[in-house]
Design a protein around this ligand. Structure first.
Ligand SMILES: C[S@@+](CC[C@H](N)C(=O)[O-])C[C@H]1O[C@@H](n2cnc3c(N)ncnc32)[C@H](O)[C@@H]1O
Length: 211
């Protein structure tokens, strides 16, 4: 009999992540989102919520570095980038990225954002998900509460016209959350990357151009 660990190792995106040096297969979800929505356009100040083990941070750094060279023009540009990653768990350091261990639902986290960025943020990413208890109903509510907290962070810290990505779980209050998020953006899209497992009810909401 094949166990879950063996199945995971056979997974196409798991192998691809190993080969390309990404810390997790999740990198391809973000790369898919980028391909479709170009969320990293002119993104220099980036916050990544729920970063462990760090594959989204690896992707974010790649685009932020490219952007410094790519957008040397009269429009919005910067000669440096700032990336902050946050998680409840330890994340192995990445050069030039500020990784902190913190619970994003606490007031201390906002203080850390203020001190580090000193400005509004260009792009906020969240792949954060609560630890599953096995009870689908409770897990859905806990994830939704986390997403509302993330929405608050976005509302307060994302710059005007900035973009965002949030992972949500489809379930009872999904439509209400989508409506609440929709108010903040000129354009809101939902997207299931092909690297997202079919059996998972996760979906990504992409908020384009904060109002
Ligand atoms: C699916 S993982 C993220 C994977 C990551 N995007 C990557 O590519 O490596 C979700 C993470 O969200 C984190 N998380 C959940 N609740 C959190 C909270 N309140 N504050 C900070 N991180 C949280 C978990 O600890 C977990 O590591």
């Amino acid at each position: 009999m094949v166990n879950n660990r063996e199945l995971h190792k056979k997974d196409e995106f798991y192998k691809k992540a190993k080969l390309e040096g990404y810390r997790a297969r999740s990198a391809f979800k973000l790369l898919d989102i980028q391909k479709r929505f170009n969320i990293f356009k002119r993104a220099f100040y980036i916050l990544d919520i729920g970063s462990a083990p760090g594959s989204w941070l690896q992707v974010a750094k790649k685009y932020a570095e490219e952007n410094i060279e790519k957008y040397k023009d009269q429009f919005y540009h910067r000669d440096h980038f700032k990336i902050m990653g946050v998680d409840l768990k330890n994340v192995t350091p990445i050069d030039d990225i500020n990784i902190i261990k913190s619970d994003i639902t606490t007031p201390e986290f906002q203080k850390k954002i203020d001190i580090f960025f000193l400005n509004k943020i260009d792009l906020i990413l969240s792949d954060a998900s609560v630890n599953k208890t096995g009870n689908k109903f409770t897990d859905q509510i806990r994830q939704l509460n986390l997403c509302y907290k993330i929405l608050e962070i976005i509302q307060k810290n994302l710059k005007n016209k900035g973009n965002t990505v949030i992972k949500v779980f489809q379930g009872s209050d999904f439509n209400k959350f989508t409506r609440d998020m929709n108010i903040l953006f000129r354009n809101l899209k939902s997207f299931k990357p092909k690297s997202s497992k079919k059996q998972s009810n996760e979906i990504f909401l992409i908020g384009l151009q904060k109002i």
